[in-house]
Design a protein around this ligand. Structure first.
Ligand SMILES: [Zn+2]
Length: 301
């Protein structure tokens, strides 16, 4: 008999990514489908439809990374970003439907779990992960365990009264407002007019464009301020940065971010040991993390 495989599902606002995953975190087969957002019933059907083609013989458990605040006692999603998933125990619903153990985790936590166990954070006792995409998300490993609570690392204030945040957030100067792909778009538009993007900004920086380099260094500066505060709170000296924008702009963001973060860090030894590294698993981090959550459900069953 072959080793058990599970299915991990990374549920995003625009797409559902499902993959069959083995114990080593390898993704064997994957399915991607648009996220139905018309109603909760449609969404649940869409999730099941993404799982079904992968759920052949040997599916031992299901794991979900969801953009939601989760009640730890009941596993219910209390509220979600950008999708109609509210007051529902998704793990229980899918466990009954497919007849295997299932569990849910917040998507940012799931990605951090994957990077910690199988990516750039292997072996770390403490780490902070930040995902710089359209928005900013993140997860934490504290004292050798994934932090499973609700942490909105993207909504850390790094510039009081700064630019307004995104979506429903009423805050200003949050990390997400100044160090996301959207912030990169706005910086590009300031340089080259409407329609210029973060992608162009990074491309021009690679060609040595002064304005682009300065803008990215400015974003790195505020990213570093956020990182310094997080290091002071959680006592981690390893910071992983991923996400589409974080990955693409890493070489232009990290040097300034590291300088500023070191300046802000209160505990002297951490100033020397602090590292900011690129996350390794790319856009697979979420689905691999969901697979690890499935293996946890299997072990607990
Ligand atoms: Zn915010």
């Amino acid at each position: 008999m072959s080793a058990p495989q599970v299915i991990g599902v990374d549920l995003g606002g625009t797409s559902i990514l499902a993959g069959s995953i083995d114990r080593e975190g390898r993704v064997h087969e994957r399915r991607e489908a648009p996220t139905p957002t018309g109603s909760q019933a449609e969404l649940l059907e869409g999730i099941a439809a993404a799982i079904e083609p992968l759920a052949g013989a040997g599916m031992a458990a299901l794991g979900f990374g969801i953009p939601s605040v989760i009640d730890r006692g009941t596993g219910r999603a209390l509220g979600s970003n950008n999708i109609p998933l509210e007051d529902v125990a998704l793990g229980q619903v899918m466990s009954e439907r497919f007849g295997v153990p299932a569990a849910v985790e917040n998507d940012a936590n799931a990605a951090a779990l994957a990077e910690w166990q199988l990516g750039a954070g292997r072996g770390a006792e403490n780490l902070i992960m930040l995902t710089l995409g359209t928005g900013v998300g993140g997860g934490l490993v504290v004292d050798g365990a994934l932090f499973r609570g609700w942490a909105e690392l993207g909504h850390l204030v790094v510039l009081a009264d700064g630019p307004p945040c995104q979506g429903n957030c009423t805050g200003r100067g949050h990390l997400e407002a100044v160090a996301s792909g959207n912030a990169g778009d706005r910086a590009a538009e300031r340089l080259w007019g409407e329609g210029a993007t973060a992608e162009l900004l990074v491309g021009r920086a690679a060609e040595g464009d002064e304005g682009a380099l300065e803008a990215l260094s400015g974003i790195g500066h505020l990213l570093g301020a956020g990182i310094g505060s997080l290091v002071n709170i959680f006592g981690a000296d390893l910071v992983l940065v991923g996400g589409g924008f974080g990955n693409a702009a890493a070489e232009f963001l990290f040097p300034e971010a590291l300088d500023v973060a070191r300046r802000e860090v209160q505990l002297e030894p951490f100033r020397a040991t602090l590292r900011i590294l690129k996350a390794e698993l790319g856009s697979d981090a979420g689905v691999i993390g969901a697979g690890l959550v499935a293996f946890e459900a299997l072990e607990a069953s």
